[in-house]
Design a binder for this molecule. Structure first.
Ligand SMILES: [Zn+2]
Length: 434
């Protein structure tokens, strides 16, 4: 079997410059060649001709697919993280018996429909853990941990967590852990999770500096987040000690949580010193600007992160805080934000499309090895999206950002043997043969 050769007027492999009249050959779910159409076709194989642009599959570096059916929460606009958090909790805690796996399956379908082929999926309810892999998505399901004091963790939480992880590691898909945030776990639990992640060789993903009040909480144990934590009945060490004297990034770093095995979400309120520490630790930041907007927050400091060289990725977050799972919409918002924040370099569009592909792969630690994703080159998973946009004379990356949102016509994943078409949106059937 010589595989399938997908051709299009423009191919954007990410790891090399875009190829006009290009081709991607896929065999056994892996890319075997990328280049000019004539050249790749000379290697033999069935041709599938696509209109528009083929781009490496998008990587949604922060989402919660199980909350797809909580879109009612995400359709409102809030004044603060705390206001949104209360609205979210009211719906979540009244959802006893909800079929979270079914919600996650709907989310996976939406993600695929918009060209996403890999996710960092934070999972609160264990039944949603295997869903991304079952749906054909690459990436990692991060088991979320929150709401444990040091005492409850030692009493039952730790044993339960260790046995759950042991069970999950034998099932479908890659497993990671997500200590939810610096304010929803006691200090000793956060430190222990850092130890356990290393012991089990699990990647970590943490919400960080989404709320404007997170800093006040870790520095002095005061403010709206401290109040929220008290109202939830958690007697955390930070509250008893009157804070740690450190901002959230330094706090997590001292507990051993930050390193290249970890990526964080949001980072809306990162200051220059914190951005430098994250760079030093090799921690990617998944930016979710439309979710931030729903919560009434500022946009993340994308211009500074780009200028200073922090590794970044892009996430939609869940439908409980975002209008859609169309990752390119977030890229478009980041593009506008970066310009507003003063980023003037001509590489902006390219760097943001890279953030949504190769940047996501790096954030998840999937930019190397046999299952690598994030670009199209020999050896990567045969995951790509086709956007029905006019591959005109513009910068191809700008074309994708300006015209790509809502225009994915097909998503192809390695989960389908020989790179067969996974989803076709409108009536844009590919043409077969020359
Ligand atoms: Zn989130």
């Amino acid at each position: 079997m010589s595989g399938v050769i997908h051709t299009a007027p423009l191919v954007v492999p990410i790891s090399r410059p875009p190829v006009r009249d290009g081709a991607v050959a896929v065999r056994g779910g892996r890319v075997v060649a990328v280049g000019p159409r004539r050249e790749v076709l000379s290697g033999g194989g069935e041709e599938v001709r696509w209109p528009g642009v083929i781009v490496a599959g998008l990587v949604n570096a922060h989402t919660h697919l199980q909350f797809t059916r909580m879109a009612e929460v995400g359709r409102q606009v809030y004044d603060s993280f705390e206001e949104w958090s209360n609205a979210f909790d009211a719906v979540y805690f009244s959802s006893a018996g909800a079929d979270w796996a079914a919600g996650a399956r709907e989310g996976a379908r939406l993600a695929l429909r918009h060209g996403t082929t890999a996710v960092a999926d934070v999972v609160t309810d264990i039944e949603a853990m295997p869903v991304p892999a079952q749906a054909g998505l690459a990436g990692i399901s991060y088991l979320e941990v929150l709401g444990d004091t040091d005492e409850s963790w030692q009493r039952t939480g730790r044993d339960h967590f260790v046995s759950t992880v042991g069970r999950l590691r034998g099932s479908e898909g890659m497993v990671g852990i997500s200590p939810h945030a610096p304010y929803t776990l006691d200090t000793g639990v956060l430190a222990d999770l850092a130890v356990l992640a290393r012991r089990f060789r699990l990647r970590q993903h943490i919400h960080l500096l989404e709320s404007a009040h997170e800093r006040e909480y870790t520095v002095s144990g005061t403010g709206p987040i401290a109040q929220l934590v008290r109202e939830l009945g958690f007697d955390f060490e930070i509250l008893r000690a009157g804070g740690t004297g450190h901002g959230p990034v330094a706090f997590l770093d001292k507990l051993g949580l930050l390193g290249p095995h970890c990526h964080v979400a949001h980072g809306v309120h990162l200051d220059a010193e914190e951005r430098a520490l994250l760079r030093e630790r090799g921690v990617s930041v998944a930016l979710c600007p439309r979710s931030n907007r729903t919560l009434g927050l500022d946009g993340p400091p994308v211009a500074a992160l780009l200028s200073e060289g922090n590794p970044i990725a892009v996430g939609t977050d869940s439908l409980a805080s975002s209008p859609s799972l169309d990752l390119l919409e977030d890229v478009r918002v980041l593009h506008a934000l970066a310009r507003e924040q003063g980023y003037r370099e001509p590489d902006l569009a390219r760097r943001l499309v890279e953030a949504a592909t190769a940047g996501g792969a790096r954030a998840l630690g999937l930019d190397g090895g046999p299952g690598r994703i994030g670009c199209l080159e020999a050896g990567t998973r045969g995951d790509f999206a086709v956007f029905g946009v006019d591959p005109d004379e513009r910068d191809p990356y700008r074309t994708l950002i300006e015209d790509g949102p809502g225009r994915c016509v097909a998503t192809v994943t390695a989960a389908h043997r020989n790179g067969r078409v996974h989803i076709v949106n409108p009536a844009t059937e590919p043409r077969r043969g020359c």
